[in-house]
Design a protein around this ligand. Structure first.
Ligand SMILES: [Zn+2]
Length: 296
């Protein structure tokens, strides 16, 4: 363990693209600062809708090759962010993308949503005990917006954090490790509203506009404990990483759209709610470093 970098950050996400949309600036910053940034993606996003018409043949109802393609998109995005440690939970294709709530695919054998939390969690316990992160970033219990894979990613991350710290659990997966700080992805409501106002004023090439209610993790400002300002450098890396997910994301300047073609803002400052561990900022102030207060 002695050859690990001093600062270690773990992110757990449901699909390729979630990491760049939510945390691209944060990942780019910490990778550049020499921290170990480990991304664990739980599915290949096989059920995603494909934006470019030329790649429509990859879709699950046609050739069903979207998962493999998205492995390549994720690798390209990680290159933009300078992140070298990215893995799929249990290896690529172990758990399949589940589709939206109520979708018939969710009941399939091997679907992430249809997998027992305690079946999936040991794969993450092994990563936690190997990389020994001081900081974990994932979604809130609702997955930010109710997508089954995002809810399941939250559950697996929470369960794995608990099991990894338990010395009596599976010593074959490595020595116990307790993650000091756990964060949920957030967007402060006033920030979201101001960004949509700007989008409406400036206009985009997308035929429609999303709403604050469509965004994941939007909460009252008082819940935000931490903000990471992407400035120009990390913000540019984030946008480049989002562009790398070309089957899923179309970028237009400071805005983007998913396959629903509804414009939404790219948040170049990223926000978090600390839910475990002591805040590294005085009461009433926000942290601007996820590792604030962390002792090596
Ligand atoms: Zn997702």
């Amino acid at each position: 363990m002695t050859d690990l970098p001093a600062r270690r950050l773990l992110l757990v996400h449901a699909h390729p693209d979630d990491e760049s949309i939510n945390n691209g600036a944060t990942m780019a910053r910490y990778a550049a600062e020499g921290a170990l940034v480990t991304l664990v993606t739980c599915t290949l996003g096989e059920e995603g809708e494909v934006i470019p018409p030329g790649l429509a043949h990859l879709a699950p109802d046609r050739e069903d090759r979207l998962g493999d393609h998205r492995v390549g998109e994720l690798a390209a995005a990680m290159k933009e962010l300078g992140v070298t440690d990215h893995r799929f939970l249990g290896g690529p294709g172990r758990f399949r993308d589940s589709g939206m709530m109520g979708a018939e695919q969710n009941g399939r054998e091997g679907a992430f949503w249809n997998t027992d939390v305690d079946t999936a969690a040991p794969y993450l316990v092994e990563v936690i005990r190997e990389t020994r992160p001081q900081v974990l970033i994932t979604y809130d219990p609702d997955g930010g917006y109710g997508h089954p894979d995002h809810i399941q990613a939250h559950r697996v991350a929470a369960r794995a954090a608990e099991l990894a710290a338990d010395a009596a659990y599976r010593s074959d997966l490595g020595p116990a490790h307790t993650i000091g700080k756990i964060y949920w992805n957030r967007i402060p409501r006033p920030v979201a509203e101001a960004a949509f106002a700007r989008l409406r004023a400036e206009g985009t090439r997308f035929p429609g506009v999303a709403e604050t209610g469509d965004l994941p993790g939007v909460v009252d400002e008082s819940l935000i404990t931490t903000e990471i300002d992407g400035g120009t450098v990390w913000a540019a890396r984030k946008t480049a990483a989002m562009r790398a997910h070309a089957t899923q994301i179309a970028v237009d300047g400071p805005f983007f759209a998913l396959s629903n073609d509804l414009g939404q803002p790219i948040f170049t400052t990223e926000y978090y709610q600390l839910v475990r561990g002591a805040p590294g900022a005085p009461a009433g102030a926000r942290e601007n470093d996820l590792f604030a207060g962390v002792t090596a």
